[in-house]
Write a protein that binds this ligand. Sequence first.
Ligand SMILES: NC(=O)c1ccc[n+]([C@@H]2O[C@H](COP(=O)([O-])OP(=O)(O)OC[C@H]3O[C@@H](n4cnc5c(N)ncnc54)[C@H](OP(=O)(O)O)[C@@H]3O)[C@@H](O)[C@H]2O)c1
Length: 221
Amino acid sequence: MKNKKIALVTEAGNDLGKQFAHILLENGYEVIVAACSDSLENLSQDKDALLSYDLVEIDFTSEQHLYILKEKINNTYGKLDLLINNAEIVNGFGHKIDQLDVDDVRKVFEINFFSIIKTIQVLKPLLLKCASPRIINITSSLGDIDKMKDENFCYYDYCLTAYSTSKAALNLFTQLQTKEFESSKISMSSFDPILMENCTHNSATISDAIKNEFISLLTTE
Ligand SMILES: NC(=O)c1ccc[n+]([C@@H]2O[C@H](COP(=O)([O-])OP(=O)(O)OC[C@H]3O[C@@H](n4cnc5c(N)ncnc54)[C@H](OP(=O)(O)O)[C@@H]3O)[C@@H](O)[C@H]2O)c1
């Protein structure tokens, strides 16, 4: 156990998070999956998954939960090699400006953006205990301003204001942190899990090409 790399996937009870967790297991990581509400319930009943993962309950919007998670990882593993920020929420599909509920937008930012900043702040000391720690923020092309300006882009007409802006904020945050972390051991990157060539709207499938791209990120300097 001591020599194994330790990875945390924030929220892996659903779709893509579960697949990231599987890829990490296949690549020799000890995987902690952190879930809440429905997905925690689903994972708790998945006996096969429980044999492979360390399942912990967490609401990533709770600072108290984050500190409990840090203590648990520290006590069990003593370090964290890889943090995958995957948890998300989406709301307000198709809502135009007059339909937008600012409280709903805030809720999306709370999990898709603010909780990621807080998670990194809390878990950074455990990452710094490793030789080559990594953070991968799962993003979306819906948060890529250049792509959203391109009329030929398959999501050009998608109107998901809160989600898109939260991912755009995450993309810039990732860029800023990458620069800040250059002088430290931590490497940080974004990862968009959807293959644009196929334009897989709301897909829960990771193609082989995307899987390979994700695996290559685990070793890239
Ligand atoms: N699917 C796509 O087509 C697609 C495309 C591009 C990018 N992505 C990105 O890929 C990642 C995974 O997407 P997905 O489609 O697999 O998402 P998903 O099915 O919605 O899963 C996200 C999970 O986050 C959890 N979550 C929400 N709030 C939480 C909180 N406060 N604390 C802990 N967990 C919380 C949800 O838990 P509950 O189930 O308990 O509510 C849910 O299981 C996201 O970052 C997304 O932006 C997805």
